[in-house]
Design a protein around this ligand. Structure first.
Ligand code: GLU
Length: 279
């Protein structure tokens, strides 16, 4: 049975791009799940969770089962991080954003993900860890060695994509202000929900190599992926708040028929002024 999921972050109202992704996931999934990715305490808002429910309802898309809310599952992410920690595959990072920005101009190479590796290899200092807020980063080089290489992935159309180490940096797995990063929570939840096909926009393709590596390290099953083209304005501009991309709420208020829009999106037909753009 194909299980897909729609995993919006409740940091704003949904737009046409979200609707396209949701419709595609619903069409391809015999089981279609909703996951609320609300781990960013600075940006996630309860009113946007309600907005997501309203918008899906308006489109006539009904998720199977109860939505999974990431903020209520932090113990599972902590347990996954513990396993990686026990295997020596993560390290605490005390850098501030300013430290990272400053060190990036220094001539000592890039460890990937834009992080120069300043805290990698520091001797463990439990006192410092107890006193100073820190994140936890993947030791990518070690992780790749332990995993026996960088696992690639398969797209729904059968194309296979190899990954290479340069695509995987010392990604943050738990943040100073959040118990898990997107990558860790995503792989834990995709596995826990039995997701077999990950349907998401092409803009998230760079996340796939590190997520495949985490799946391998944690012994989680490998889903298939569909990284779909993004909905853009006719002239190719991305849908962004600053461009006044119409939200689904605004379209609803303007009298657009939700189920009709959903049926059109399912056939790849977009409202006038928008198109699908592939990179
Ligand atoms: N929460 C992510 C977003 O809204 C999607 C993550 C995913 O589908 O893997 O962009």
């Amino acid at each position: 049975m194909t299980t897909t999921r729609f995993a919006p972050s409740p940091t704003g109202r949904l737009h046409l791009g979200h609707a396209y992704s949701a419709v595609l996931g619903r069409r391809l999934g015999e089981r279609w799940l909703l996951r609320i990715e609300d781990l960013d305490p600075g940006r996630a808002r309860p009113e946007h969770v309600e907005g997501i429910m309203e918008d899906l309802d308006w489109l006539g898309l009904e998720p199977d089962g109860e939505p999974l809310v990431q903020s209520s599952r932090t113990q599972l992410y902590a347990a996954a991080l513990d396993r990686l920690r026990a295997a020596g595959l993560v390290y605490p990072c005390f850098c501030t954003r300013a430290d990272i920005a400053a060190s990036l101009t220094a001539p000592h190479g890039d460890a990937g993900s834009g992080y120069p590796g300043s805290c990698r290899g520091l001797p463990d200092d439990p006192e410092r860890r107890a006193a100073v807020p820190h994140s936890w980063r993947l030791d990518a080089a070690r992780a790749i060695t332990v995993a026996g290489g960088t696992p690639g992935w398969t797209e729904q159309d059968g194309r296979t994509f190899p990954a290479d180490p340069s695509q995987i940096g010392d990604a943050i797995l738990a943040r100073k202000d959040a118990p898990s990063s997107y990558h860790l929570a995503c792989v834990v939840d995709d596995a826990a929900s039995g997701v077999t096909l990950v349907v998401r926009g092409e803009d998230l393709r760079p996340s796939t190599p590190v997520q495949r590596l985490l799946q391998q390290l944690l012994g989680l099953p490998e889903p298939t992926y569909l990284h779909h083209p993004l909905v853009t304005h006719e002239d190719g501009r991305r849908l962004a708040k600053r461009d006044q991309a119409p939200t689904l709420a605004a379209m609803r208020e303007a009298g657009v028929d939700g189920p009709v829009l959903a049926r059109q999106l399912a056939t790849g037909l977009l409202p006038t002024g928008f198109r699908l753009s592939s990179d």
